[in-house]
Design a binder for this molecule. Structure first.
Ligand code: SAM
Length: 208
């Protein structure tokens, strides 16, 4: 997995160190433990949800430009893997997940593995106002547009990395930076994510 990350352009020593250290096999289903380090998304214990592909986790976390002691928000806890990688980069992490069972399992797992992550259950499109502001925010699901409540929870100089749907079936990983009180956005390339469901996201799916 590490060779593949380097081959695909991951350069940050902190991110590479974190990816090498977080035990991905602890975050996947029992049946998938043998290929926990394959570079692909794997199912987690909720219909249609996945633990993201390691390369995508590394790309997102590198784009967050985390520094030791940063306050970071992870929207869409899922298994808790990306939150653990962010914490392993030295950030104090708050993570929010809309599916209660996932939030609970991830919170227990992250506590057992001793990562500095506080897990909330709720609609992450609204951020976590009681823990804001954040130096960095990662969104692990595709938004139909820029989630403004999240952008408003950034400190000056803060970074928000979010996949935004450009057209059906195609998302663009987007980084927003708050510079001198203004939002600057840049495109980081195409990506694929499950939908972000909530007040400032997509409507609840029929299957929910
Ligand atoms: N980063 C996660 C990991 O490491 O396992 C995987 C994220 S998974 C691709 C996307 C997650 O976002 C799902 O668990 C889904 O339930 C969650 N989600 C979708 N909409 C959400 C919302 N509005 N607030 C919080 N979580 C949301």
């Amino acid at each position: 997995m590490m060779a593949s990350l380097i081959e695909h352009g991951i350069r940050s020593p902190a991110v590479l160190h974190a990816m090498a250290g977080v035990p991905r096999e602890e975050f996947v289903l029992e049946a998938d433990r043998d290929h926990a380090y394959a570079d692909r998304a794997l199912p987690i214990d909720a219909p249609g949800q996945t633990i993201s592909q390691p390369l995508m986790v590394a790309v997102v976390v590198e784009a967050l430009e985390l520094h030791e002691g940063d306050r970071a928000l992870d929207v869409g806890t899922g298994s808790g893997y990306q939150a653990a990688v962010m914490a392993a980069c030295g950030a104090h992490v708050v993570s929010i997940e809309r599916v209660g069972s996932l939030a609970q399992t991830a919170a227990e797992r992250l506590r057992r593995l001793q990562y500095d992550v506080e897990v909330f259950e709720g609609d992450g499109t609204l951020g976590v106002p009681e823990r804001a502001p954040f130096d960095a925010i990662a969104v692990g699901a595709a938004a139909p547009r820029l989630p403004v409540a999240l952008a408003r929870q950034l400190v000056e100089g803060g970074r928000l990395v979010v996949p935004i749907t450009e057209n059906p079936g195609g998302e663009e990983l987007t980084r927003l930076r708050l510079v001198d009180g203004r939002w600057q956005t840049e495109s980081l390339g195409p990506c694929r994510f499950v939908p972000l469901i909530g007040a400032d996201g997509y409507e609840v799916a029929d299957t929910d």
